[in-house]
Design a protein around this ligand. Structure first.
Ligand SMILES: [Zn+2]
Length: 142
């Protein structure tokens, strides 16, 4: 398993069309390595799709761009704008859904946890949750 946090400059080299638009992911990629594979699979699919249809997604008035890749409320958020078709939305939704079952730290099977001290949500395996996080369920919210 990859132990490194994804670095934007590397992703730009690996998936040049995905990150062609200037200003993509201005804040970098703020996720832990457990989700690297989910993101690589998604970016690989998007890159092939863009390469097959450059006039539709790249050389157009509102080119495809990735605005942000982050974690929010415990799961992956992959924000895009510009030209995006239904197939791409399906892949993006699939990756976001998948992240709710994969530990963000180590990539083992996980569930959404909540921090004991507050309301930080994070998808974790029981090992990475240690005694700092407990499995989350909806009844916990006031
Ligand atoms: Zn873990």
């Amino acid at each position: 398993m990859e132990k490194h946090t994804l670095v934007l400059e590397d992703l730009e080299k690996q998936y040049p069309l995905c990150f062609k638009h200037k200003g993509c992911c201005m804040y970098g990629v703020e996720i832990q390595p457990g989700w690297n594979k989910i993101i690589h699979v998604l970016l690989g699919r998007l890159e092939d799709h863009l390469a097959a249809n450059p006039e539709k997604f790249i050389d157009c008035e509102f080119p495809f761009r990735i605005d942000q890749i982050k974690e929010k409320f415990g799961t992956l958020r992959f924000y895009v704008s510009g030209e995006v078709d239904e197939t791409m939305w399906d892949w993006i939704n699939y990756a976001e859904d998948q992240s709710a079952n994969v530990c963000e730290v180590c990539a083992k099977r996980g569930v959404v946890h909540v921090s004991k001290g507050g309301f930080w949500l994070k998808t974790l395996c029981s090992e990475c949750a240690k005694d700092e996080y407990i499995p989350y369920n909806r009844n916990m919210m006031p």
